[in-house]
Design a protein around this ligand. Sequence first.
Ligand SMILES: [Zn+2]
Length: 177
Amino acid sequence: MVHCAICGASDVERSILAIGYKDGKIRINHGDESTPVFYICTNSDCIVEAKTNDLIGQTFGSILNAKDYLRIAQYAKLCPSQTLESLIGLSRKSGTLVLGTEGVIQKVKSGIVHLVLVEPKISNNTRHKLESVTNRVRCPIQKWTGSKAIEHILNKANCKVIGVTDRNLAQTIQENI
Ligand SMILES: [Zn+2]
């Protein structure tokens, strides 16, 4: 796990860029560990703060110019601020994730689920069951659009349905989906 050198956020919470330096040039996410690496998250506040005192340049014993920081900011914009995978991981870690169709249906009924995510390939029967209970309590239900299957992220075979019980996290996931 790596942390943003400015705000301390981990790569579970946010996308983190690894800034290296070689031959007088910065390298972003280059994967070259032989140079010192400055880890910074994609939050614009962190990039602005690093630029203000040239904190990245200081790490490399050099001086970076505005163009270098612009490149970092542009690169950061292309990254999703929080990947879906990391958000699901965060939800699981904080104990706010319900796994599996039956468990999710139960928790939705008791009103503590704020978002249901389903793999695109579930049976019609399961889909109808889920939709009827989520409709009843007005819980949003969405297709999973992450690049990795849910079962692979959670390392739990055949897990195609999950529910998020944390309201804020559910909202952030919806914004990223
Ligand atoms: Zn940060």
